[in-house]
Structures are given as C-alpha cells and as structure tokens.
Design a binder for this molecule. Sequence first.
Ligand SMILES: Nc1nc2c(ncn2[C@@H]2O[C@H](COP(=O)(O)OP(=O)(O)OP(=O)(O)O)[C@@H](O)[C@H]2O)c(=O)[nH]1
Ligand SMILES: [Mg+2]
Length: 194
Amino acid sequence: MKEALVIGRPNVGKTLFSVNFAEFLGQRRLEVMFRPRDGAAYTRIYPIGQARADLVGEEPHRTLGLQSLVLNVPHGKAVRKVVLTDSTGLTDDVHPVSAVRRAMADTLRQVASAAFIFHVVDPVSPLEGVDLDILRYGLTQDGYAVLANKMDLPGRPEGLAALARLAGPAPVLAVSASDRTGFREVRAFVRRRV
Ligand SMILES: Nc1nc2c(ncn2[C@@H]2O[C@H](COP(=O)(O)OP(=O)(O)OP(=O)(O)O)[C@@H](O)[C@H]2O)c(=O)[nH]1
Ligand SMILES: [Mg+2]
C-alpha cells in the first residue's frame, strides 16, 4: 500500500485533517495503528467523533508518534487503499522533552518511504525554518502537496498568494480541516496518483 505522510509544525491541524479526511472518504469508525518507537505497534478502534475528541488537541505536540489509518480512495469503479500516517509536529529548536525529540525523529524517518507528503501549514505567517526544509525536499517529489489549512479563520486566505508563489511549482491546496473546504481537491490529487 502507498503511504501518505501528514507532516508539518505542531498545531497546524495535521490530526484534524487526517480524521476528517478519512471521514470525508466514507469512514465512520477509524482503526488507528499507533507505532511507538520503544514498543510494539497497537491498534485502537474509534467512532469518528471519539477520534476527534481523543487525538486532536489545542496544545502543541498532542500527537507524539506515528499514527496510521487506512483510507479508501475511489479509483474508477474500484477503491484503492492508501495508508495515511499522521505524525509529530516538527520544530526548529531542539525540544527539551526527549519523548518529543524522539517522536520528531520518527517523523523524519518516515519521509523517505512516503509516496505522498501532505505538508500542512498555517498560512497566517510566512514559511520559515523547518517548513522551508520540507518544501525543498517536497519539490523533488511528485506526491508532494502543501495543504494551506485553517482557511475558515481570519488572515489565512490573505496569505495564500504569497505561499503559492513561494511553493510553486508544488501544488498548494487551500483547505480547512475543520469545515472540509478543499477536501475534494485533496482527493483528486491522491486519485490521480494511486
Ligand atoms: N478553525 C480551525 N481550527 C483548526 C483547523 N485545523 C485544526 N484546527 C484546530 O487546531 C488545533 C490543533 O489541531 P491538531 O489537528 O491537533 O493539530 P496537529 O497539527 O495535529 O498538532 P500536533 O499533533 O500537536 O502537532 C485544534 O484545536 C484544532 O481544532 C482548521 O482548519 N480550522
Ligand atoms: Mg496531531
């Protein structure tokens, strides 16, 4: 199965996007595989609302390890399965908590094997630091797209043009993980490449 890695800074909406995009593709419950570094992988099954309540958070670094679920992507009359892997947010500074540092290393390790990279950003501020590093790598990959998230909030649509200029020729998809703006475009992006 091809893997789509959801990557970006903490708190930009990676997890809310992952859960709501799975729901958008028809999932009513989620089987989430947690892949801790120091232990065996394990799976939990969530009704979709419970996944949002348990996995999404207002504090940065709510996600502390790789979390995978299977997406059903329509492809003609068939369905193709893609593993969507949500990850720990990346920061520029060395984080004081070792569990966070290790989880960030897991995120980076996953980059090389991903067929798709969804680089989630909050366009309220210009890209810098680690976001530019991800972008530079992404520009070498066909399955790379920037998801400019939180479009439902003030200030985001205004940042879009500058972001598209900076990221070009990589696609920049304007989305709201919260109200599902742009999800059809994300689905079309995946569908063309599965
Ligand atoms: N209004 C709005 N809020 C959003 C959107 N996406 C995420 N949020 C909120 O932003 C906060 C962070 O969302 P998460 O999905 O947990 O962010 P994350 O990138 O997974 O964060 P970490 O796991 O900590 O790296 C939560 O309070 C979400 O409800 C969006 O598109 N619109
Ligand atoms: Mg998260």
